[in-house]
Ligand binder design. Structure first.
Ligand code: COA
Length: 261
């Protein structure tokens, strides 16, 4: 397993593959290239017998992943926005369907697509410095990588709606309280603690682990249409003037003024 242009890949002797999203200047935002590289690395990991578990984290001290790359949104053709969302959904489903356990070690901001990435992992451990949220409505869009579905499944309808309608992130302690993460630890313990959990898991029977993951995924499959509703909703928002205003306001570092068009 080798590094790509935006993701560091290290396969440890204990079989844990560490994938580190590495775009520090953009707070590890998920560019189209990063998503392509993630897809390729996951495919390789699935085929590589030595990979027994995956730890996913972000480079630097500030961010896990601060979302999809908002700079690239200025080039997003609204007519292609549904397939943009569907492609992201597919890659995160590929992640969720890995036969080895995947743990998100959330070292800082996990916002938008970054939160959705963490939600698609099987386990989430957060640093006490982390904050998590789905702030898309502040940009005039909705989560498009499965966040509307997975957040609701994980924390329930009431909290999921509050997080997605306000767009406000929650600090790590609150994320733990509502079940959005499994554990919160100090920043310096994040990687040792996360590796410790995965080391326990990789000592278990691999086939049994794969079957647990598959069976738990099947518990949610009744809602497949929800992902289509999400992708169509994302597309509608991308056709709106509010979306253009939201993206421009973020890039110009000013508050957005939405008028519902
Ligand atoms: N896409 C692209 N670039 C991003 C980004 C994203 N999602 N999030 C942050 N960046 C960039 C910023 O544009 C900035 O670049 P610059 O130094 O060239 O101006 C750099 O990362 C640092 O971010 P900045 O906003 O200056 O840091 P901050 O500490 O003031 O705020 C956040 C941190 C995470 C609160 C803020 O960056 C933010 O709100 N990001 C967007 C989160 C979001 O809406 N994600 C969902 C996208 S769908």
């Amino acid at each position: 397993m080798t590094n790509t242009s935006t993701i560091l890949a290290e396969l440890r002797l204990d079989g844990i593959l560490c994938l580190t999203i590495n775009r520090i200047a953009q707070l590890n935002a998920l560019s189209i290239a990063t998503m392509n590289e993630l897809e390729m690395l996951l495919k390789q990991a699935q085929e590589e017998e030595q990979v027994r578990a995956i730890l996913l984290t972000g480079a630097g001290e500030k961010a896990f992943v601060a979302g999809a790359d908002i700079g690239e949104f200025t080039q997003l053709d609204a007519s292609e926005s549904r397939s943009f969302a569907q492609r992201g959904q597919r890659i995160l489903r590929q992640l969720e369907a890995m036969s080895v356990p995947v743990l998100a070690a959330i070292n800082g901001f996990a916002l938008g697509g970054g939160c959705e990435l963490a939600l698609a992992c099987h386990l989430r451990v957060a640093s006490e410095k982390a904050s998590l949220g789905l702030p898309e409505v502040k940009l005039g869009i909705i989560p498009g990588y499965g966040g509307t579905q997975r957040l609701t499944q994980l924390v329930g309808r009431g909290k999921a709606l509050e997080l997605m309608l306000t767009g406000n992130p929650v600090p790590a302690a609150e994320a733990l309280r509502i079940g959005l993460v499994n554990h919160v630890v100090s920043a310096d313990q994040l990687l040792p603690f996360s590796l410790g959990i995965l080391q326990q898991i990789v000592a278990r029977a691999p086939i049994a682990l794969a079957k647990v993951i598959e069976a738990v995924a099947a518990a949610q499959d009744g809602n497949a249409e929800g992902y289509n509703v999400e992708a169509r909703g994302f597309e509608s928002c991308c056709h709106s003037a509010d979306f253009r205003e939201g993206v421009a306001a973020f890039l110009e570092k000013r508050p957005a003024a939405f008028d519902g068009r």
